[in-house]
Design a protein around this ligand. Sequence first.
Ligand code: CP
Ligand code: NVA
Length: 309
Amino acid sequence: MKHFINLKDISSRDLRKILVDSKKRKKLRKNLSNLEVDKGAPLKGKILIQMYEKASSRTRLSFYLAIKQLGGGTITLRSNELHLGQGGESIADTAKILSTYGDGFMFRTDSDKKIENFKEYLTIPIINGLSPSSHPTQVLSDIFTVEEIKKKTISKLKICWIGDSNNVLDSLIAASVKFSFKLSIGCPKKFEPGNKVRNWVKKNNKKIYIYNNPKKAALGADVIFSDKVISMNDKVNKKNKILQFKKFKIDKKLFRYAKKNCIFLHCLPRGNEVDDEIFLGKKSHVWQQALNRVHVQKSILLYCFGKLR
Ligand code: CP
Ligand code: NVA
């Protein structure tokens, strides 16, 4: 049984295998509508239980389509409607029940420890649909989008992140090691990535490049990524933090430092970190990026169910 919790814990070979499968499947679906099932219905009869402790638009919709297109079904639970969420049932018992009724569990949570606890008691695979420390399904899908648009393996590209050191960046850092690409990060000194992730990069004999000047980070970039300055789990003084990121706003002027054909990607939802001219302009591929989550998550599901060819 394979879980999908953190990119750090999955081999580069398996991650690449997932992307190769997504590319094949996406191509084969060109003329199919949303709910038509892939040939062979590889997950026929399987049910994915999704549980959200936090808001989600894209993740819930994309997992819905992903499992449906593989011939299976899904049910979405909000933890506050469960005995677990009300505090009346343990993780161990809930995990047993999920494993009895379901075949896979997709979980968005505000606690990394909870994922580990569930993993201990589940007898079905668990997928991390965003936690405080990572957003692995998003970032693997973003690697797919970059390679699809650039028509190059990501190891040949310079990737730049302008923004907060959050869960999405942590997964992007993990991806930079797994897929060997150059990653430069632009953020205020106070919001640089923490020692835990930096030491992990060092231990893996890789390097990330951190600048407190957005222009330096964007220099020569093929892709500029960003995300909200204030994440769902952020318990900071919001006004103050936004003020500290003022110089890091992504606009046309910043793009002048990147390569001419540099693209913009953002996982969404957005805040004020990018202006409309860039976000809605030609360089932005955010809608294609969002839709690709369906294709990549299908292959993640197949990986977890041991059905990846
Ligand atoms: N990008 C992303 O995960 O979006 P949602 O929070 O809407 O799921
Ligand atoms: N960093 C953001 C990502 C949302 C998809 C958050 O955790 O809120």
